[in-house]
Write a protein of this length. Structure first.
Length: 396
């Protein structure tokens, strides 16, 4: 399959290597993850065993070059694999997305050679778990208002970090964290810096685990810093580069969440189609009724539209690697449409199932709960619309 847009000479092609990866991941996800997804959703436990198996397949650092512990594949491989994992269980795909897009990607783009060797290699290979920490209790979409602080000590050897971060995906189990905090509050967003944090060091306290509506097996918590000493060599980029790094990383993260949303939507759609064929009412399969057919048609069309927006974002990311041109617009459009498609499709699929869809005996209610977060994290749907509109209006 090849996809080409009018504004780029690049071609997105699903190669034999992509097909092999897709088949291997699909087989693994259906055999290893699907049977345990409900149990881990109920318990909220972190699925470490299957995450380690995913790491063994190279899924925790797909785009990371092999010399840094990754699989050395491209963004399309990442999207195809993440979609299949999300079809099996959104929690597993969240952990995979953070490791790849938010953690490894940022260090590969802005880190030194020493930082890549020390902080990327063990995470991309699955030896360690990575996390990304930007949000604070009173600072979500408006990152410039963050209250946490990093102050250089008198000797100039360490930054002393204090503050509370919230909604840290994989926070309860993370070994390493890419942290964003203020080094110069007077500069607003230009005063934010990024740091590489050893989460098992003194001065870092793992706060309460969030009791979430969905993606419950993806552990999320607060992280509290109390006079945490961060060596100056763990500064990612330069002082004041943090906001630029965070936004660049979120471009990649939004492609990942779009792929996750697509996977959730596909899982719900496949259940709905199967049910519409099998369920009998008034002497025929409910799929014979035009109202059900309309739902199926709308679901399928939105899924395929989302898929092509994601592929377009993949192309834009490929251009970025060649030219340095940002792909914010394409990533935001893909994330916005795919996340809202996931909500639409899971809602319609649940409706087609009627009362059974509302029951925990079927996975539809889990898909519905999991889909909801895709409209919030990595930038809400409202933020995506703002990003898209400002880009088109020239108001970046």
């Amino acid at each position: 399959m090849a996809v080409q847009t009018s504004h780029t000479p690049l071609m997105l092609t699903i190669t034999e290597e992509h097909e092999m990866l897709l088949n291997a991941v699909r087989d693994f996800a259906q055999k290893e993850i699907v049977p345990i997804a409900e149990k881990f959703d109920e318990s909220g436990d972190f699925p470490m065993d299957t995450i380690k198996k995913m790491a063994g397949m190279g899924l925790m650092g797909i785009e990371v070059p092999e010399e840094y512990g990754g699989a050395g594949m491209d963004v399309l491989a990442y999207v195809l694999a993440l979609t299949e994992i999300a079809k099996a269980d959104a929690s597993h795909s969240t952990i995979m997305s953070v490791n790849n897009s938010l953690y490894c990607n940022g260090i590969m783009l802005f880190g030194t050679e020493e930082q890549k060797q020390k902080w990327v290699k063990p995470v991309a290979s699955g030896e360690k778990i990575g996390a990304y920490s930007l949000t604070e209790p009173m600072s979500g979409s408006d990152a410039a208002t963050m209250a946490s602080r990093a102050v250089l000590n008198a000797a100039g050897t360490h930054y002393i970090i204090n503050g509370r971060k919230s909604w840290v995906t994989s926070g309860p189990v993370a070994d390493y964290i890419v942290l964003f905090t203020m080094t110069d509050p007077s500069k607003g967003s230009k005063g934010i810096s990024a740091f590489l944090i050893d989460a098992n060091q003194k001065g870092l306290i793992r706060g309460k685990k969030e009791p979430k509506l969905g993606i419950r097996a993806s552990a999320t918590s607060e992280i509290i810093f109390e006079d945490y000493e961060c060596p100056v060599e763990n500064l990612l980029g330069k002082e004041g580069d943090g906001f630029k790094i965070a936004m660049s990383v979120l471009d990649a993260g939004r492609i990942g969440i779009a792929a996750q949303a697509l996977g959730i939507a596909e899982a719900a759609y496949e259940k709905a189609v199967a049910y519409a064929r099998e369920r009998q009412a008034f002497g025929q399969a409910i799929g014979q009724f035009q109202m059900i057919q309309q739902k199926i048609a709308d679901m399928k069309t939105r899924i395929e539209a989302a898929r092509h927006l994601i592929y377009n974002a993949c192309l834009a990311k490929m251009r970025y690697k060649a030219t340095g041109a940002r792909y914010t617009l394409e990533a935001s459009m893909a994330k916005l449409f795919a996340s809202e498609t996931a909500m639409f499709v899971t809602d319609e699929a649940l409706q087609i199932h009627g009362g059974m869809g509302y029951s925990k005996e079927m996975p539809l209610e889990r898909y519905y709960r999991d889909a909801r977060i895709t409209r919030i994290y990595e930038g809400t749907s409202e933020i995506q619309r703002m990003v898209i509109a400002r880009n088109e209006l020239g108001m970046r």
